[in-house]
Design a binder for this molecule. Structure first.
Ligand SMILES: [Zn+2]
Length: 257
């Protein structure tokens, strides 16, 4: 929530949110030096937990260089070399959101190096799948890259799944995430459709709270959408609470108390 005001933490707390996880992501601009990432990682591991705690929310994060800034491999490696220094901060769940943006060769190289980092430190992985280029192809490339490591797919969340990728992700043993947006990408209504088609096993929803049009309350809105369609509380709680809790607890560092 580094790009939001604390009003959003307050609104989330009022809506019943007890814990959040924030991935390292593109800030809306390319950072000019690896030092910019050092400050960003400090903000994610140090400042944000304190801001969230003021509203009774437990804040956790993921660290990485995002695929959008990974095209320059020399630069990306400088950033990767900083990550171990922060990995033992108590609220860091794992490596993410790594993945692909344009499915380029360099992005894939840096993805593989960050998977090695997760493997070496036995950490969970959060994956971003491309919106721009072919999403299905990108998703397949990412799953193949994970399969080339010793990382268990049960310790990887593939985010931004859509109707044409969710089946393959679940079939290969990964967890599947739907990041909800108010107008673009996956809306609460579309997520409800996907849940109706694919069930609730290893599938869950999360809110985007970034620098563009996004809505930290998208999760409660999707819960409302499912309730209005007549779904049981069990289903609604599974995709918005139980499943995230089960996956994130594998980190050994996630708490909702
Ligand atoms: Zn993403």
């Amino acid at each position: 929530m580094v790009s939001r005001t604390t009003d959003d933490y307050e609104r989330m707390a009022l809506a019943g949110c007890v814990a959040i996880t924030e991935p390292a992501f593109w800030a809306g601009f390319d950072r000019s030096s690896s030092q910019g990432f050092y400050d960003y990682f400090h903000q994610l591991t140090n400042t944000e937990p304190k801001r969230a705690a003021q509203f009774g929310i437990n804040h956790h994060c993921w660290l990485c260089i995002n695929p959008k800034e990974a095209e320059d491999t020399g630069f990306a490696r400088e950033v990767i070399s900083i990550i171990p220094e922060f990995l033992n901060e108590p609220t860091v769940l794992g490596i993410g959101e790594i993945g692909l943006n344009k499915n380029s060769k360099n992005e894939l190289l840096i993805l593989e190096e960050q998977l090695s980092l997760a493997e070496k430190h036995d950490r969970l992985v959060l994956v971003h799948t491309p919106h721009l280029e072919d999403k299905l192809k990108g998703t397949m490339l990412i799953m193949d890259a994970v399969d080339n490591t010793k990382i268990n797919p049960e310790r990887v969340l593939i985010d931004h799944v859509e109707e044409h990728t969710v089946g393959a992700v679940l079939a290969r043993g990964f967890w599947a995430g739907m990041t909800l947006y108010p107008n673009s990408k996956c809306t609460p209504q579309r997520a409800a459709d996907i849940i109706e088609m694919h069930g609730t096993d290893r599938l869950w929803i999360n809110s985007a709270g970034d620098w563009g049009p996004s809505d930290p309350l998208a999760v409660p809105k999707c819960r409302l959408e499912l309730a209005s369609r007549g779904h049981h509380d069990d289903t609604i709680n599974t995709i918005s609470y139980d499943n995230p809790l089960e996956f994130l607890s594998k980190s050994g560092r996630f708490a909702v108390e």
